[in-house]
Design a binder for this molecule. Structure first.
Ligand SMILES: Nc1ncnc2c1ncn2[C@@H]1O[C@H](COP(=O)(O)OP(=O)(O)OP(=O)(O)O)[C@@H](O)[C@H]1O
Length: 331
């Protein structure tokens, strides 16, 4: 049961009582389950007498616009929570124009929920809400500060921030296919959403085109890699519904973990997938993981790029960069 911690001073009490909590809600997340969860959360907010305002996303990209509008408010302390999946969280993060004044919260309602996994948010929606409210009540200093990543590519208008990961190749192809997958809708109904990623991964691995790349980590000399299956920049350990691509990644160390698979045949990659899923792939030939602050990649042929599972385009030149301590999270 949630125990309400009473603020110690009258000033603190006054601040808490007046604090507005903004929600950006994707009711369509996890094939519509988001709407049900939001109703449940809303009932609890009313019961607790929380001051809140909510905005429901109506289309792709809407969450970014809503976050920009919320950040334009004059308050110097904005509590902004997402009720949605990783895609919605990514859109909101990209709309946070003033990270210094925002406290970010998450009630995960997606099918992958890798950000929630990275933040160790494993409770029910009401448990996650209670945890967030408790942190909110304890003030800005109670938040956990995490790094974000940023990826720029070819002639992109604006680099894209990411909380979990960004990458080219197999994992991006899987994300792109999952976005429009009828199988995902079907498996979500059976509560088997994560299986979508596994099935699409195997199919995509054997149908994808590999290519060559020149990779430069921080100030080190450029390395040439061939037969690229993927190059991913990980902020947290896992993506794609819990695949621990970088088992030692830490979102508070000021670095990204660059994971790549290259120079080995597809059938060998396929045989190594169980090791990848079990986080036993470190040290296997062809599977590299390196920590760095920036990473530049030049590809011989275009590959699909994703940021937190959102399709960014087919690209040949990209740069990943870590943005240390960029997001204050109510956990
Ligand atoms: N009203 C809407 N109609 C259609 N698409 C929407 C709407 N609101 C948001 N979206 C888009 O839906 C996409 C996926 O949403 P989200 O990530 O929240 O859920 P999910 O795909 O179920 O979860 P996960 O990413 O964790 O697998 C987002 O990229 C967002 O742009």
């Amino acid at each position: 049961m949630y125990v309400r911690h009473m603020p110690e001073t009258a000033e603190c009490m006054l601040r808490w009582e007046k604090q507005m909590l903004y929600f950006i809600v994707n009711e369509k997340s996890r094939s519509g389950r988001g709407a049900q969860i939001w109703k449940e959360v809303q009932r609890e907010l009313v019961k607790r007498g929380i001051h809140y305002r909510h905005y429901v996303t109506e289309h792709e990209g809407h969450a970014t616009r809503l976050a920009v509008e919320i950040c334009a408010k004059t308050d110097d302390d904005i509590c902004l929570a997402v009720v949605g999946g990783d895609g919605t969280a990514n859109e909101v993060i990209n709309g946070i124009t003033h990270p210094e004044k925002v406290r970010f919260g998450l009630i995960p309602t997606g099918s992958g929920n890798d950000l929630a996994r990275g933040l160790k948010l494993s409770g029910t929606p009401l448990e996650n809400l209670a945890r967030m409210l408790s942190c909110m009540q304890r003030g800005r200093e109670a938040c956990t500060v995490i790094d974000l990543g940023e990826v720029a590519w070819d002639d992109c208008e604006k680099p894209r921030k990411f909380a979990i990961s960004a990458g080219v190749g197999l994992d991006a192809l899987v994300c792109k296919k999952a976005l429009t997958s009828k199988l995902k809708v079907f498996l979500n109904k059976l509560h088997l959403g994560k299986l979508t990623y596994l099935l699409i991964t195997v199919q995509s691995l054997f149908s994808m085109q590999t290519t060559e790349a020149a990779v430069r980590l921080d100030e080190t000399p450029e390395r040439k890699l061939d037969r690229i299956i993927y190059i991913a920049a990980m902020n947290f350990k896992a993506e794609g519904g819990g695949v621990p691509m970088a088992p030692k990644a830490d979102a508070t160390d000021g670095k990204l973990s660059i994971c790549s698979v290259h120079g080995i045949p597809k059938w060998r990659t396929f045989l190594c997938l169980p090791f990848l899923v079990a986080a036993k792939h470190t040290g296997i030939r062809g599977f590299d993981i390196d920590d760095c602050g920036t990473c530049e990649v030049r590809l011989k042929d275009p590959m699909v790029l994703h940021a937190d599972g959102e399709y960014c385009g087919d690209v040949t030149k990209l740069q990943f960069r870590c943005l240390p301590g960029m997001l204050r999270v109510m956990l």
